[in-house]
Design a protein around this ligand. Structure first.
Ligand SMILES: *Cc1c(COP(=O)(O)O)cnc(C)c1O
Ligand SMILES: [Zn+2]
Length: 434
């Protein structure tokens, strides 16, 4: 933390003591008064130079001056970040803006963007000597936290809402977490988790209020700047649930501009589901709507109480960006197009960003020859149910006749291997095809 100067409340602007378990502002009676980590940028500029970066590992720890942790050899052994940026001209044609690139964060170790935040959280919890780390999540934050807790050997308790997709729950269980499926919504799982953390003194990874975690998510913005320097995108497009991802990416881009790594600051476009759009409303009206109902197929951004909306709105404004809404049909269409035209399998919340590009083209927000980069925040294997409902059915066909034994006609193992003399090359069912 050598480069961190202070934590500042986004509501009252007062500095706050770095709290061990990272909550909201102690001076404000406001559940949305989150804290922002500030750095001594002059000092960072002297240490985080292009020369220094040239010799660093290709993980997000390469930006440790801009992270609120002091990474050591323990953390350096955890892979995270430095995901590829892929040119996707055919998907771009589909979206109406051929100069489209995707940053595929589904290739992180637990297959989502959340690994950036979880790796920082687990390291911070280790430094704070926490006995247990906990979080509530719609799925990815949970599976990611469980994965990094397993890498670190730190026990984890995870609260998931009833509707969390099975593959994400499977990840939790395989990583050995203590999993509590709450009979209720994400918001209810979140409240239960906060209460249990307070009661037991567990480290609370709930990203939305933990200021250290937005810093972890920031590394995607730092990477986008470093990876695209010289051809910075005009637009960076990100789907929005709690608002931490977009706030982090925007902050990362702004810091890299400050440090001189990029000459122009990309504008950041936030994408929300039309059925669940409180942050888009807050961007337009300045206030968070309180009577949010609705829902979306994109479970990772199905967030009615976005804890980090203030940072999200502020950061998008700082980049001269905006917000847009997409329907569930647009999301599933984008999911198919992204697979078919770019070879990338995105989960619905990730495909929402691609749907947002297309929608922003239709509305004239993104122009035809704009350079656009959409962030794929999670891998499609995370939500097989939606994928299967969207993708159609395979063609059922019969195998070739003769060669294969009939299902009820088990080959005699002693007759195989050319022993009968009649079919020297015939395979038995237990042998793999060559
Ligand atoms: C968490 C998540 C998001 C949104 O991030 P927020 O910080 O909640 O705004 C988007 N896509 C995927 C796949 C996610 O897991
Ligand atoms: Zn405050």
């Amino acid at each position: 933390m050598r480069f961190v100067t202070q934590l500042t409340c986004v509501v009252c602007g007062k500095p706050a003591e770095p709290p061990v378990s990272a909550g909201t502002c102690p001076a404000c009676d406001d559940p949305f008064a989150v804290l922002d980590v500030e750095y001594d940028m002059d000092k960072v500029a002297k240490s985080l130079t292009p020369d220094a970066l040239a010799n660093r590992p290709l993980t997000h720890w390469r930006y440790h001056e801009l992270l609120p942790v002091e990474p050591d050899e323990v953390a350096f052994s955890w892979p995270v970040g430095w995901t590829p940026i892929i040119e996707t001209p055919r998907l771009g044609e589909w979206a109406g803006t051929p100069r489209l690139r995707l940053k595929d964060d589904g290739r992180n170790p637990t297959a989502s963007f959340k690994d950036r935040a979880s790796s920082v959280a687990v390291l911070h919890a280790l430094r704070a000597c926490a006995e247990r780390i906990a979080c509530a999540s719609t799925g990815n934050a949970a599976s990611s936290l469980a994965g990094y807790a397993a890498m670190a050997g730190l026990p984890a308790t995870i609260f998931v809402p009833q509707a969390a997709p099975e593959p994400k729950v499977a990840q939790l269980l395989i990583y050995g977490a203590d999993v509590r499926r709450v009979r209720g919504t994400y918001a209810q799982a979140y409240d239960l988790c906060s209460a249990e953390c307070d009661a037991h003194g567990w480290y609370n990874r709930n990203c939305a209020i933990n200021p250290y975690l937005v810093e972890g998510k920031k590394t995607a913005g730092l990477e986008i700047a470093e990876q695209t320097a010289g051809r910075e995108p005009d637009w960076v497009v990100v789907s929005v649930g709690d608002g931490c991802t977009i706030a982090g990416i925007a902050k990362g881009l702004i810091q890299m501009k400050q440090l001189g790594f990029i000459a122009t600051l990309p504008r950041v476009l936030g994408v929300q589901a039309a059925g669940m759009d409180p942050v888009a409303h807050a961007f337009e009206s300045g206030e968070l709507p309180t009577d949010v109902t609705g829902a979306t197929v994109a479970d990772s951004i199905d967030v009615p109480v976005p804890r980090n909306w203030r940072k999200a709105v502020k950061a998008v404004k700082q980049t001269d960006g905006t917000f847009i809404r997409v329907t569930d049909d647009e999301i599933t269409d984008a999911m198919k197009a992204t697979g078919r035209l770019a070879g990338i399998f995105a989960e619905p919340a990730a495909a929402a960003a691609v749907a947002g590009v297309k929608r922003a083209r239709t509305e004239g927000i993104i122009t035809q020859y704009a350079d656009t980069l959409a962030v794929i925040t999670g891998n499609g294997l995370k939500d097989i149910k939606t994928a299967m409902a969207t993708a159609g059915k395979p063609k059922e066909v019969d195998p070739l006749p003769n060669e294969e034994p009939k299902p009820n006609e088990e080959p005699n193992p002693t007759a195989g291997e050319g022993a009968s003399g009649t079919h020297p090359t015939r395979r038995t069912r237990s042998e793999p095809r060559p």
